[in-house]
Write a protein that binds this ligand. Structure first.
Ligand code: SAH
Length: 249
């Protein structure tokens, strides 16, 4: 089994994952710092995707070309779109779509020109393993009740389905409602996943992704964002990845 890439959009999350790696050493490529090492005995490379689709696609391409990764895992946060995707829930992606891709009338809306598709699926086996890890971490509860209460989280749930990506932080109700109407099966919105999914598709490398819902993509989306990432999402990511790697043995 080759090296596994772990990609995240935020520093705070990455720090929690790096803390699980005893032997990490850094290599700079394309202005990005790639941390090589082991996680639970598995060879990994950990890197910040940076924010937005182009930045994330560059990072993913370097992972393929320079590090020859065998699999890619993405962890991060996202805005909840589906009414039951609440703050504190975890969404495991089964497929990705770029909500700001529109070459109509030349191509159907959302379709990536020359690919003949709008949706890029994640790897079923890797996704199932990630979902199992997420489910068991949520059930077990990584955070104490007081911390959950701080963020108004009661019973965090795991969802699986479509995540949409675009180069926009969706932070008003009008826009999130528009997205829900146009893409009724979208569970959450973020800014990198569909780009990484497309690069993984190009290289035939299995990809799986999870996002903790940090906001509802509405007018309050920016409130407590960093606090949430530090105290909730990064803890989830680290615990879910630790569980995921422990189960792989
Ligand atoms: N770095 C900035 C903001 C990060 S942008 C800060 O520190 O405040 C938000 C990141 O979280 C992106 O990487 C995106 O993938 C994800 N995200 C969370 N909520 C989102 C939303 N409502 N719309 C779009 N992306 C969101």
């Amino acid at each position: 089994m080759g090296r596994i890439a772990i990609v995240s959009a935020m520093h705070e999350e990455l720090a929690a994952v790096l803390a699980l790696m005893p032997d990490e050493h850094k290599q700079m490529v394309a202005g990005r710092s790639f941390a090589l090492g082991h996680l639970n005995g598995h060879e990994v490379v950990v890197v910040l995707s940076r924010i937005g689709k182009v930045a994330a696609a560059t990072t993913a391409t370097v992972l393929m070309e320079r590090f020859g990764v065998a699999q890619v895992l993405f962890t991060g946060v996202a805005g909840g779109l589906a009414s039951d995707a609440r703050v504190g829930d975890v969404v495991v992606a089964t497929e990705f779509l770029q909500h700001d891709m529109d070459a109509s009338p030349l191509f159907p809306a959302y379709e990536v020109p020359l690919y003949g598709r709008a949706r890029f699926g994640t790897d079923p086996a890797l996704t199932a393993a990630l979902a199992l890890a997420a489910q068991s971490v949520l059930q077990q509860g990584v955070l104490d009740a007081a911390r959950l209460q701080d963020f108004g989280i009661t019973r965090p749930q795991m969802h699986q389905g479509l995540i949409v990506s675009g180069d926009r932080f969706v932070s008003n109700r009008r826009e999130s409602q528009q997205l829900q109407q146009s893409l009724p099966d979208a569970l959450a919105v973020e800014m990198e996943g569909a780009a990484v999914a497309q690069v993984c598709h190009d290289y035939g490398v299995p990809f799986a992704a999870m996002r903790t819902v940090s906001d509802r993509a509405d007018d309050d989306a920016h409130a407590d964002f960093l606090k949430f990432v530090t105290h909730v999402a990064s803890r989830y990511s680290a615990a879910i990845l630790a569980r995921f790697f422990a189960a792989r043995a």
